[in-house]
Design a protein around this ligand. Structure first.
Ligand code: FAD
Ligand code: NAD
Length: 471
């Protein structure tokens, strides 16, 4: 676009929120420009988040399984070696394949892609500091802020991505640390603890709260997965607060204390991962030039149609309210474009699944037992363990369970929580059920193929209003 041309939509940020909005807007026939400073599209998720972490989780799981879980299956292998460089290469291949794929989709849908950093000059104009040098500006009838988030720092412990690392360093270590301490037992902490523990690190996770898993995980499920991960060799210090840390020349010391006050202790490690949450990213965006304010947690304030107080400037993804998840960003991006184009859009925030890609995986959608208790809802619980599921037994992977929560009077499903090898896939059925307002009996009366893990899902539904057959 020339500087004089006004675009239908200018998007700042080419992460999941920004790129999905760009493609959707292109499909709707809008003239759209997307500004991204990283040099590649896909944002945190494709470049340093969801995708590289899942590559490492998948391949470290295979490595660990070959080493420790193959002999009793009748598979004897000799001389198994870790080639960390190749493991990282495989990760990079997945990342570059996907980020280039998004670039292709931009071309296919006529999206203009500007590599540079965008900053508001006025309510319709975004100045772009181009990565290759120089500056340009674009005008938009509509502007979408999709600048995402960054790792929250731990005060006093500077992240150098070598000894003190964020998730970005954790997916790119050049050698397996002998000792790794993780601050924060949320999703990033547990996924990365799994990767490096499988590859040979001695991993300790320090979590402030009494339960791991981060916000939203059902307490019973959190206790359960903690036991499973402990058996895999990960050490946990829950109810423990990191007071401060000191970086030595080749090690890092953390001083920790019981969260309720108690006995101080020191933990030494080769590498410390800071995984205490993420915060919205609006640095250099020039929000002050257009008078847009942030809330107390740094989030861009929006209404239900994703509008800021300047109605033609909208905002979606990690930089605003709600869970910091790629699929949430994607739903919002589509809805925001629909609002611009058609005047209506829809995201059901009660129906956004969460998946933790440990082994076994943990997945959930809807409310937890603690949520329901707090809200004073009268509910029933149905569970079914994978140890009673024929496919899980056949696969010799019997850890975990399906747990369903349904309204005691109406039987309407309120929450579904799974620990299991394919929980992340299985939760899609639960999400669909919740979205359609299904009862547990609806699921129990739906035929599920045999032998599949999904039968555990059906039997947990049976257990919610009646009795399961196999347990
Ligand atoms: P981002 O992906 O952060 O994208 C924002 C983009 O905007 C960035 O590329 C940034 O460079 C660019 N930008 C910022 N400011 C400007 C500017 N002024 N000008 C130009 N460009 C700018 N979520 C899941 O759902 N599943 C997972 O498995 C998962 N795994 C994760 C693993 C890790 C290690 C991490 C860190 C996160 C993970 N997430 C996962 C979360 C997920 O990555 C985010 O929810 C998602 O990326 C949010 O998308 P977004 O577009 O809002 O922001
Ligand atoms: P989180 O909020 O999930 O977990 C952070 C944990 O750190 C919490 O349990 C918190 O109690 C703990 N904590 C905070 N301060 C502490 C301290 N001083 N000492 C000890 N513990 C402390 O955040 P995260 O794990 O960093 O993840 C960030 C975001 O990225 C989340 O929104 C998450 O959903 C998203 N993410 C998602 C996936 C996925 O969907 N599979 C994967 C990775 C990241």
């Amino acid at each position: 676009a020339t500087e004089a041309e006004t675009r239908d939509l200018v998007i700042i940020g080419g992460g999941v929120a920004g790129y999905v909005a760009a493609i959707k807007a292109g499909q709707e026939g809008m003239k759209v420009t997307c500004i991204e400073k990283r040099g590649t599209l896909g944002g945190t998720c494709l470049n340093v988040g969801c995708i590289p972490s899942k590559s490492l989780l998948n391949n470290s799981h295979l490595y660990h399984q070959i080493l420790h879980d193959s002999k009793h299956r009748g598979i004897e292998v000799g001389d198994v070696k870790l080639n960390l460089k190749q493991l990282m290469k495989a990760k990079e291949q997945s990342v570059s394949g996907l980020t280039k794929g998004v670039e292709f989709l931009f071309k296919k849908n006529g999206v203009e892609y500007l590599k540079g950093s965008g900053s508001f000059q006025d309510e319709h104009t975004v100045k772009v500091q181009l990565n290759d040098g120089g500056e340009t500006s674009v005008k938009g009838k509509n502007i979408l802020i999709a600048t995402g988030s960054e790792a929250s720092p731990f005060p006093g412990l500077e992240i150098d991505e070598k000894r003190v690392i964020s998730s970005t360093g954790a997916i790119a270590l050049e050698e397996v640390p002998k000792k790794l301490t993780v601050i924060g037992g949320g999703i990033i902490g547990l996924e990365m603890a799994s990767v490096w523990s499988r590859l040979g690190s001695e991993v300790t996770v320090v979590e402030f709260l009494d339960q791991i898993g981060g916000p939203g995980m059902d307490t019973e499920i959190a206790k359960n997965i903690q036991k499973i991960l402990k058996k895999q060799g990960i050490k946990f210090k829950t109810g423990t607060k990191v007071v401060n840390g000191e970086k030595g020349s080749d090690s890092v010391r953390l001083n920790v204390d019981s969260a309720k006050g108690g006995k101080p202790e020191s933990l030494d490690a080769d590498v410390v991962l800071v995984a205490i949450g993420r915060r919205p990213y609006t640095q250099g965006l020039g929000l002050e030039n257009i008078g847009l304010e942030l809330d107390e947690r740094g989030r861009v304030i929006i209404d239900q149609e994703y509008r800021t107080k300047i109605p033609h400037i909208r905002c979606v993804g990690d930089v605003t309210f709600g869970p910091m998840l790629a699929h949430k960003a994607e739903e919002e991006a589509v809805a925001a474009i629909e609002y611009i184009k058609k005047g209506y859009g829809h995201v059901n925030y009660g129906c956004i699944p969460s998946v933790m890609y440990t082994f076994p995986e943990v997945a959930w959608v809807g409310q937890s037992e603690q949520d329901l208790k707090k809200a004073g809802v009268n509910y029933r619980v149905g569970t079914f363990p994978f140890s009673a599921n024929s496919r899980a037994k056949t696969n010799l992977d019997t850890e975990g369970l399906v747990k369903m929560l349904a309204d005691a009077e109406t039987d309407r499903l309120l929450g579904i929580h799974i620990i299991g090898p394919n929980a992340g896939e299985m939760i899609a059925e639960g999400t669909l059920a919740l979205e359609y307002g299904a009862s547990s009996e609806d699921i129990a009366r739906t035929c599920h193929a045999h032998p599949t893990l999904a039968e555990a899902f059906k039997e947990a539904a049976m257990a919610t209003y009646s009795k399961p057959i196999h347990f």
